[in-house]
Ligand binder design. Sequence first.
Ligand SMILES: [Zn+2]
Length: 356
Amino acid sequence: MLKPIHRVPCSPALAACQQLMRRFALWLCDPQVCGTSITQVNLQVKMGSAIEGDWLWQLLAGSTGTKALLDKAKRIAGLPPVDKTGLTQWVQAVSALAQHFGPTPPAALPVTPPNGWGARDERWASFKALMVAFYEEGLRNGLPYAANGAATADAALRVSYDQFVREFRAAHRLDPHPDARDVCVLCGGPLVLPAVDHWLAKKAFPLLAVCADNLLPICGECNSTHNKGQKDVHTSGAFSDWFHPYLRHANGAIRLRYDDAVLAVRVESATPTDLVKVQTLDSLLNLGQRWTREFKAEYRRLQREAQRRHIGNVQALQQRLMEYRQDLSAAEPHHEVHALLAETLLDPARLQAFAQ
Ligand SMILES: [Zn+2]
C-alpha cells in the first residue's frame, strides 16, 4: 500500500461473481431448498439468468471424485434449518465487509465458522470447497461475466484470472512502457512473478474468494508465509486498526526514516491518526526489516562503486550522490528506499563517514 491501488476495468465482473456466490449460498440455505432442488433448470431460474445458471451447473456437475461439488452443494442444501439460519447469518455478515470501513462499522466480522463448526468440520469444508471453486476453477477458466459485469456466454469475453492480473499490472504500471519494471503496490519492490492475494484469506472467508474488494496481485515476497501469507488483516474481526487496499488505502500515510541508533529503516506514520494502522501494516509485511535490507544492499553497491572509481574525497562523493539522487525515478522499484538512502548519505556527517 506504499503505492496507490485502484480497481481495474474488469473489477465489475468480480463484483458480479461475488453477488452470484452470495445468491447461491443464500439459496442453498433457503428452508424450501433440498438436495434434489439442485438441478440445471432450477439454477437457470434462481441464479439471475440462464447464462449464470448454466455456468454454475457446469462448475458443480463437471467436477468429480473428492472434488464433486454437486455432492457438497447437496450436503449444504440438506442441512437442518437451524444450521441454515446460522450459515445465512454468517453470509450476510461477511457480505457487509465494506461497511466496516464506513462511518458506522457494524459488530465485528465473524472470525470463526458459523454454527460453532470446527475449522475441520465436514459441513464447513463442503461450503468452503463450493465457494473457493468460484476462484480455483471459475476465475481460472473464465467467469460468466464480461468486464462490465454483464452475464455472457461468449467465452472470448469472459473475465479470467489472467485478464485480471494483466489489467491490474497495466493499471498500476508506473512507467507505461511495456518493457518497464513493475512495482509491487504493497512494498514498492519489484513485482516479479506476481501472485493474486486474497486480502482476507479465503480459508477463513471463502465467500470472498472472488470479490473485487479482496483480490490484488502482489510480489512473491509480500505474499510469502513469512510476511503476509494468510495472516489476519483485522483484530478479532474489527478493522479500525487496519488499512485495506481498496476500502481504506494507505496512500501517503507511510513515511520512511533512517534511524542511526539502530542502523535501520523505520516505518512511520505521516499523521497521528494513522499510527496504529501503519504499525499493523508494518508488522504484517515486515516492511521495516525488508526496507532496511534493501537500504544496506544499495549502500554497499554505492560504496563498491566509489571504491572502483577511486572516489575518495568528500566533494567528489557529494557530487556523485547528488547525481544518484537526481537519477532516481519514482517509477522504479524501491524508489522510496533509494531516495531515503541518498538523503541520508548527503547529510554532511554521514558523507564524511561514507568517504572513509
Ligand atoms: Zn511486495
